[in-house]
Design a protein around this ligand. Sequence first.
Ligand SMILES: [Ca+2]
Length: 481
Amino acid sequence: MSPRIFGIFLIISVLDQLYLVDGTNGMEESPSSDLNMESKCSAYYYLESTIKELKRKLDFYEHQLQIKDEHNKENVKQMETIYKLQSQLAINSKEKEMSATINDLKNRLVSAEQQLKFKDDLIKEKVKEIHDCDLIKTKDKQILELDEKVNFMTVTISNLRNQLTKSRDDVKVQIKDINDRTEEVKRRDDIIKLKEKEISDKSEQIKNMEGKISVKHNQLEILIAQILTKNNEIDRLNNQTKHDLEKITEMADKITVKDNQLENLSEKIKHDLETITEIPDELFMCRGVEDCPIGRPNGIYKINKPGIPIFEAPCNSTGWMTILRRQDESVDFNRNWANYTNGFGYLNREFFIGLEKLHQMTKDKPHELFIRLRFFNRGSAHAHYDYFQIGSEQTFYKLKSLGTFSGTARDSLRYHEGMKFSTFDSDNDNYIFNCAEKLRGAWWYDDCSDCCLTGSRREGHFHWNRIDCEFAEMLIKPRSV
Ligand SMILES: [Ca+2]
C-alpha cells in the first residue's frame, strides 16, 4: 500500500468513528445530551491529534517518496549509461571480428602473391630453356675451342706449378733464413735492451754523482772562501807580530841602555857609600831623617817631618820611600777614611803610609812618584811621574798633580789627576753610587777607575789599565832638581 493511499484510508476510518459517536445525527435530544457533548469533544480532540499525526506521517512519506523518485531517476540514468556501454561493447567486438577477417584476407593475399611469384619464376625458367636450345650448338663449338685453350693452359699451369714448387722451396729456405735472422735480431734486441737498461742505470748513477759533486763543489767554494779569510787573518797577524817584534827589539835596546846606566849608578853609589861611612848609623836611628837618606842601606827609617809626629817608613839606598805595597793579600785594604788618613798595615809586608803624611811631605817640596807593577803571567812594568802632590784633608786629599809621565806601563793614573780621595764611608767620587764600596778599596776615584792599587785582588779590582795586578809598590822621593 502506498503512503498516500494509507493516509486517505486513515482519514476515512476516523470520520467513521466520529459518525458512530454522534448516532442521533442531531435530530433528537436525549436526557443524557450533556454526556454526549463531552464524549464528542473528546473524540474531536482525538481526531485533531490523529490528523496532526497523520499529516506528519504524510509529510514523512512524501519526503521518502521524493528521495525514491530521485533514486529512480539516477537508476534510469545509470541504466542508460549501461545500455550505451553495452552497445559500444557490441561495436568493439564487431570491430575485432572485422580485424580478424582483414588479417585473414591479408594472409591469403600474401600466399596468393607468393604463388604468383613462383609461377612467374617457372615461366621465366621455361623461356630460358627454349632460348638455350638455340645457343647450344654455338656453345659446343666454343667449348671445343675452350678445351684446347684449357689444355694449353693446363700445360702452362703445370709448368708454372713446377716453377712455383721450386720457388716455394726457395722461399722456404729464405723464410728459414729470415727466421734465423729474426731470431738473431731478437737476440740482439734483448742485448740492446739490457745495454739500454745498463746505460739508464749508469745515467742515474752519473746524475747522483753529479748532484754529490755539485754539493761538494759548493762546500769546496765555502772552504776556499774560509781559507782566504784565514789567510788574510794570518797575514794580518804576521804583520802584527813583525811590528811587535820590532817594538820588542827596540825595548830590548832601551833596557840594555838602562842596564848600563844602572851599572854606572851602582858604581857611583858604591863610591858615595864609601865617602859617607863616617856618619854613624845610630844618629839616623835616634834622631830620624827628614827624607829617606841616599847611600844608606835599605831598611826602615824614622822620618821626622815638621808638622807631623815622627813615623817610620821603608827607604832604599837611592832615597826612595815606599808609601804603599801590595804583594800577598795579608792585609785588608777595604778600610774607612780614618784608616786611610793615618795609614795601616805592616811596613815589611803590605801597608799604606797614610794620606796626611803624603800631604805634609809633598805640600812644600816637589816629589817624584815611582810605581812598580807585576801582572799575572804578563810580566812587569813601571810608571814614573815627576811632580806628585797631595792636597790637604779639606780638599779630601785631592791628587793635585802628577807631572810628566814616563815608564813602560800606561799612563793610567792620569785619569785620576785632580780627583778627591774616596773610602766606603766617604764618597767623593763622580759615580752615581760609591766606587770604594764597589771595588772594595779606597782611591782617587772619578767615575770609578782606570787604575786602582787598593782594590780587592780576589774580585779583580786590583788593576792598572784594567789589567789584573799581582804586585804593586808606590815610592816617592824629593825631586832632585
Ligand atoms: Ca759617588
